[in-house]
Ligand binder design. Structure first.
Ligand SMILES: CC(C)(COP(=O)(O)OP(=O)(O)OC[C@H]1O[C@@H](n2cnc3c(N)ncnc32)[C@H](O)[C@@H]1OP(=O)(O)O)[C@@H](O)C(=O)NCCC(=O)NCCS
Length: 161
């Protein structure tokens, strides 16, 4: 485990980063529509919208990833870090790499934005991940719910502008 290094993803890593994110999608049973070009544009382009940390084994293989973005909360008066993706390769799970990745996200977020908390979403049918987050102290806020505007409803809103 100690020979696994966590580092910031750089433009050269775009394909490896997308492969790791694709593994997460596959493990979750989700579609994975992001192309390598999307990763280049949205992680490393002129107006990046997320950053990523990679966990690299001694042989250079990628065994973990965390993708994250900042947001500002007026309620807390501080920046939160939204972790959009967290994944550890199956053979490496249960060795605290997920915890190390989140600790590295926290460090990076504090350094870049003086971030004060982490937020993420987890599927109801992912009890192992839920247990992992709860062990770290993540709390579920039942008074809020995740809402998305997409597809024709998203387009229709544009017609109101
Ligand atoms: C959830 C995940 C990121 C945790 O990373 P990890 O390196 O295995 O986690 P850690 O070693 O730091 O912590 C282990 C804890 O995670 C939980 N866990 C989740 N999935 C696990 C797995 N497949 N194997 C072992 N532990 C797992 C257990 O509660 C375990 O707690 P314990 O050691 O007290 O039994 C990782 O298991 C993973 O990538 N799972 C598949 C993808 C996923 O669910 N991502 C989160 C989406 S919201």
């Amino acid at each position: 485990m100690n020979d696994i290094t966590i580092r910031q993803a750089k433009p050269d890593d775009a394909a490896d980063l997308n492969r790791a994110l694709g593994q997460l999608s596959a493990d979750m049973g989700d579609e994975h529509r992001a192309s390598d070009a999307d990763i280049v544009r949205f992680c490393f382009g002129p107006a990046p919208v997320f950053q990523a940390l990679l966990a690299e084994a001694a042989d250079g293989s990628i065994v973990g990833v965390a993708a994250y973005s900042p947001f500002f909360s007026t309620v807390s008066g501080s920046v939160g870090i939204y972790v959009s993706d967290l994944w550890v390769a199956e053979q490496t799970r249960g060795q605290r790499l997920g915890q190390r990745l989140l600790a590295a996200v926290r460090e990076a977020g504090m350094e870049a934005w003086d971030a004060g908390f982490i937020r993420l979403n987890v599927y109801h049918d992912n009890p192992k991940a839920l247990a992992f987050y709860e062990r770290l102290g993540f709390v579920h806020y039942s008074e809020t719910q995740y809402m998305t505007l997409a597809g024709t409803a998203y387009d229709a809103l544009g017609e109101q502008a």
